[in-house]
Write a protein that binds this ligand. Structure first.
Ligand SMILES: Nc1nc2c(c(=O)[nH]1)N[C@@H](CN(C=O)c1ccc(C(=O)N[C@@H](CCC(=O)O)C(=O)O)cc1)CN2
Length: 280
């Protein structure tokens, strides 16, 4: 069984990005990312800190706007408008989830699509659908990169994606289709999930339930990618996949932590570089 080491692979990509950022600096192009965080969600605080550290490592300037929980929709939209107009800012991201009283869709749609380094704006989602060059959502893009850098051929493979969120499941399916996989999207209403998952050469799991996928859901020799992230009572992290039982059957598998998560942050850096190159 191959362990797909997302930490190592993302480290390699970060070094490539660092070189590219240095070259752009020599040409007088500086890259700056605005990160907007609303409220005190502890997981979001960790992810934002990881993004700040990664930016610093590669030489991208990051500015975090930490807004209080009670921030109103109008206040948040006003900040986005200000960042959209700021010529020094190449990328804007709003850390999700937002507090319940805020309208996430309206906020994400307000970000200038040319600064949408999360790839969540409808314009960029549309471009991705038709295969035009654009910002790709970071987690799905990171997963494609992980699979490719593990040396696994995607073209012609049976790929099953469990989950249909706008951030992971739907774009994931699109990107695997672009790589010429035969793609099935399974979800909470899928009948006989095991029957569907057992045909997967590549199984991508974003179901949101700790250790839900056990060995009996997986075909011998499959590649399994675990997008889930859960913290148990002992503060230990696990994914949606029962790693110990499933890994005995797989050709390759991602761990949690250290699999998909670090790639999400690294692909954000790649999108910041893309923004500076395409739209400065
Ligand atoms: N604006 C966005 N919000 C959210 C996104 C996103 O892509 N854009 N994705 C997730 C959270 N996320 C990034 O923001 C993210 C999740 C996990 C990790 C990560 O590195 N995980 C580590 C473990 C870290 C820990 O100790 O908890 C790992 O898996 O090894 C990075 C980023 C939702 N929101």
């Amino acid at each position: 069984m191959k362990l797909i080491d997302g930490k190592k692979i993302s480290g390699e990509i970060k070094d490539e990005i660092k070189e590219e950022v240095a070259k752009l600096k020599e040409q007088g192009i500086d890259i700056a990312l605005a990160v907007v965080k609303v409220g005190e969600d502890p997981a979001s605080a960790v992810y934002v800190r990881n993004k700040e550290k990664a930016c610093e490592y590669v030489g991208i300037k990051s500015i975090t706007y930490a807004l209080k929980e009670e921030t109103t929709q109008d206040e948040l939209l006003e900040l986005i408008d200000k960042l959209n107009a700021d010529k020094e800012i190449n990328g804007i991201l709003v850390q999700l989830p937002l507090p319940k009283h805020l309208d996430e869709t309206e906020v994400l749609n307000r970000i200038d699509s040319k600064k949408d380094v999360d790839g969540f704006h409808p314009m960029n989602v549309g471009k991705m659908m038709i295969g035009e060059e654009t910002f790709l959502p970071c987690t799905p893009a990171g997963i494609v990169e992980l699979i490719k850098r593990t040396g696994v051929e995607i073209s012609g493979k049976e790929c099953v994606v469990i989950g249909r969120s706008n951030i992971v499941g739907k774009p994931m399916a699109m990107l695997m289709l672009k790589e010429n996989a035969t793609v099935t999207i399974a979800h909470s209403r899928t009948k006989d999930l095991k029957k569907v998952t057992k045909r997967a050469d590549i199984l991508i799991v974003a179901i949101g339930k700790p250790k839900f996928i056990t060995a009996d859901y997986v075909k011998e020799g499959a590649v399994v990618i675990d997008v889930g992230i859960h913290r148990n009572e002992d503060n230990k992290l696990c994914g949606d996949v029962d790693f110990d039982s499933v890994s005995e059957k797989t050709y390759a598998i991602t761990p949690v932590p250290g699999g998909v998560g670090p790639m999400t942050v690294t692909m954000l850096l790649a999108n910041c570089v893309r923004s500076a190159k395409l739209f400065r």
